[in-house]
Design a protein around this ligand. Structure first.
Ligand code: FEO
Length: 393
């Protein structure tokens, strides 16, 4: 028997746990994920969000732990994406009298597009309220956190913000609350989630933070990962920080190499950062996943990216990383393109072109070495980076 987990009196977590999810749209989820749904028992029985297709039975079994699913009056769909709406048809089949609450108009349009025009929809706007008994729920649209339809639901009675994707983590755990897992672990997962999913919408995140700033919140109940009940202030402060896109004085050096020449350059650049006292991490794209590197991009002011020339362009690993990073749209960084070549510097030039397209400043230009570089050449590279960094401060 699968159990519902009490969150507050008459409020339960009834979600599903995807222990074996390892790739979420190209993002490595080494700890799996959860698709959280919440059940409120009041005069009107209200389900907030559902689960991903394939997890319908788990959701319904957890709901059945506390009520007969046929008694559900409202299904609140905070977000159309299928990891949260995918089980709506199965829930509706069990609860044929339920009404679906969704954002007006994007949520209604999205749900119709996915599940048909004859859904029993009640679209709501920001500020609309839904009395369900002793509780009256309110809704706030949070467009582009993460799709145009997103909204959050607030229960003033419980002081719970049901935040959907915002404040989530791809993190499957036998524990359901932040204080049961430990803040460093949860924050690390929340940061990876922010960097790989939410970062391009940072401006919208800031608007959403303003929109909920006056709410009295005891608990943030996201649609992925553990529930924030002891560290609400910390996760909100981190979202304020991350959405500012303000980097730290921190560097990453990311590269691939064929015959170790670009790698030798990467190591010299890394040494130069260390000599200047700037924290740094180095990532060989052969052995590091781009989604883990993106977590570091969220904090890094200096982003050095190296590729040799291969077939008159850059290496596919480097192209993949740059394509992914450009889509996630970090701002205000310093780019340092570099790489070795045999007879044409097409690889490093291509890297430079993408970094420039990201809007990064590039005060070091494009650093290239033909064939392999001797020790003097590498020393010159090292010196150029150290001097360049000194002149920036
Ligand atoms: Fe977790 Fe945008 O869906």
């Amino acid at each position: 028997m699968l159990r519902a987990v009490p969150v507050k009196p008459d409020v339960y977590w009834v979600g599903s746990i995807d222990w074996n999810e390892r790739n979420f749209h190209g993002y490595t989820t080494e700890r799996g994920s959860t698709y959280n749904a919440y059940l409120i028992l009041d005069e009107k029985i209200t389900l907030i969000d559902t689960s991903k297709p394939g997890f319908e039975d788990e959701l319904l079994e957890r709901i059945s732990d506390v009520i007969d699913p046929s008694t559900i009056d409202y299904i609140i769909s905070n977000h159309v994406e299928m990891d949260h709406s995918g089980a709506i048809p199965s829930v509706l089949a069990k609860a044929p009298n339920a009404t679906i609450i969704t954002s007006d108009p994007k949520g209604a349009q999205g749900l119709k597009a996915h599940y048909g025009d004859d859904l029993p929809l009640m679209p709501v706007k920001t500020g609309d309220t839904l009395p369900i008994g002793k509780r009256t729920l309110t809704f706030v649209h949070t467009p582009m956190v993460h799709w145009p339809d997103n909204m959050v639901t607030y229960s003033p009675y419980d002081k719970i913000l049901f935040s959907n994707d915002a404040f989530g983590q791809h993190f499957a755990s036998s524990k359901h609350f932040d204080d049961e897992v430990g803040l460093p672990e949860v924050l690390a997962q929340a940061k990876k989630y922010y960097a790989n999913i939410v970062m391009p919408y940072s401006r919208n995140v800031q608007k959403a933070l303003l929109a909920v700033a006056d709410l009295d919140i005891d608990i943030i109940a996201p649609a992925h990962g553990v529930i924030w009940r002891s560290h609400v202030d910390e996760i909100i402060a981190n979202y304020q920080l991350w959405s500012s896109l303000e980097p730290d004085e921190y560097a990453i050096v990311v590269y691939d190499s064929m015959w170790h020449s670009t790698e030798a350059m990467a190591l010299q650049i890394a040494e130069a950062f260390m000599e200047c006292g700037i924290p740094m991490r180095l990532f060989d794209l052969k052995v590091n996943h781009i989604s883990d590197i993106m977590t570091e991009v969220l904090s890094a002011k200096y982003i050095a990216v190296g590729s040799p020339t291969l077939n008159m362009t850059y290496m596919p690993t480097v192209a993949g990383f740059l394509c992914y990073m450009r889509g996630l749209a970090p701002k205000g960084r310093i780019g340092i393109p570099f790489g070795s070549y045999g007879w044409a510097p097409a690889g490093p030039n291509q890297v430079a072109s993408v970094l420039e397209g990201c809007g990064f400043e590039m005060p070091f230009g494009t650093l290239t070495h033909q064939w392999t570089e001797d020790e003097d050449g590498l020393d010159e590279l090292h010196k150029a980076i150290v001097e360049g960094l000194s002149s920036l401060h």
